[in-house]
Design a binder for this molecule. Structure first.
Ligand code: ZN
Length: 128
């Protein structure tokens, strides 16, 4: 199988498997840079790491406010529920993006398999 001739950011070779007619994988194909930019900006919009950090800060200050009685426990409990819901949404969002990424990789693999069978190179999969 041919390998991508692109380089990783650290300068080492990429070596991802690519279709026979191509020299570059999805990450290094300049024809697909628009597609990559769209996907990257979609991923960049939600920034789960920063959101989780914000939530931690809010939880910490909420806990302090309840402890020093500047916030009523009743109010603190409701705010905690809201923060909890936001935490769940961040998790759902992360899983969605993970699934999308897996879908793209599956699509690349499917293209490879279909190209191979199109050339009449029958490869037996290890799963029969
Ligand atoms: Zn590559």
């Amino acid at each position: 199988m041919p390998r991508c001739v692109g380089s990783k950011p650290d300068g080492s070779p990429c070596e991802r498997i690519v279709p026979g007619s191509q020299s570059y994988c999805y990450s290094h194909d300049s024809d697909r840079s628009d597609e990559r930019r769209r996907n990257a900006s979609r991923a960049g919009r939600s920034k789960p790491g920063r959101e989780i950090k914000d939530l931690k800060v809010q939880l910490e200050s909420l806990a302090n406010d309840v402890l020093n009685e500047s916030v009523e426990p009743k109010v603190g409990a409701v705010v905690n529920q809201i923060l909890n819901t936001r935490a769940r949404l961040i998790e759902v969002d992360r899983k969605l993006r993970e699934t999308e990424e897996l879908g793209r990789e599956l699509e690349e693999l499917r293209e490879l398999v279909e190209r191979d069978s199109g050339r009449g190179e029958v490869r037996r999969s290890p799963w029969g």
